[in-house]
Design a binder for this molecule. Structure first.
Ligand code: GLN
Length: 194
């Protein structure tokens, strides 16, 4: 299984390491052609405005919008996937969600907290860094975790959006969610149907 990490800016190495931790091959994606080689994609944390500029500079936007395989967007990557971004235009889009950037205030720039995540039988320790949150979700989106009244983990079809950083702890269960989506999409491919 090959999982790409958009490698224009942000937490690329950490994700490659976490991908290896779930027994897959991690590939740093720097151009549109490389998207054809992978089974799934991670849009990492970093700075969404800078990442957007680099996506345009490298002319990757059409290919990213067309990418139909499973995607995990974390933090800045979640912002890139949102159909609506408070105070800004949307970027890649594809998830029917409204996000708000830097929504946890300056005094708690970074923190970690235990979350109850749908489908996981024990709490998940989540690391938030200048994180966005999801204000509202539209049709087809499942809420998997909230922190207080803020939505922080969602799934829509084979796309997973996460306000925190699943690559920064040893608990790889959010990465495993992406792996499951990839396994399911491989099974659904016509070439595997007898
Ligand atoms: N605050 C950043 C943004 O708006 C996201 C932070 C992160 O990815 N850790 O893009």
């Amino acid at each position: 299984m090959k999982i790409g990490v958009l490698a224009l800016q942000g937490a690329v190495e950490e994700h490659i390491h976490a991908i290896e931790g779930i027994g897959a091959e991690g590939i740093a994606i720097k151009n549109a052609e490389q998207l054809n080689e992978i089974d799934g994609l991670i849009l990492p944390g970093g700075e969404s405005t800078a990442m957007r500029k680099l996506i345009d500079y490298h002319e990757m936007m059409p290919a990213l919008k067309d990418f139909k395989k499973p995607i995990l967007g974390t933090c800045a990557g979640l912002i890139l996937l949102a159909d609506c971004v408070e105070g800004s235009e949307a970027h890649i889009g594809g998830m029917n969600i409204w996000v708000r950037r830097n929504s946890f205030g300056r005094q708690i720039d970074s923190f970690s907290t235990e979350l109850t995540v749908q489908g996981l039988d024990t709490p998940y320790e989540a690391v938030f860094i200048r994180a966005p949150h999801i204000d509202r979700v539209g049709e087809g989106v499942e809420v998997l975790a909230t922190y207080g009244d803020k939505i922080v983990l969602v799934q829509q079809g084979n796309k997973i959006g996460c306000a925190f950083h699943p690559e920064l702890t040893d608990d790889l269960r959010i990465m495993e969610l992406l792996k499951e989506q990839i396994q399911q999409s491989k099974l659904a491919q016509p070439s595997n149907v007898l």
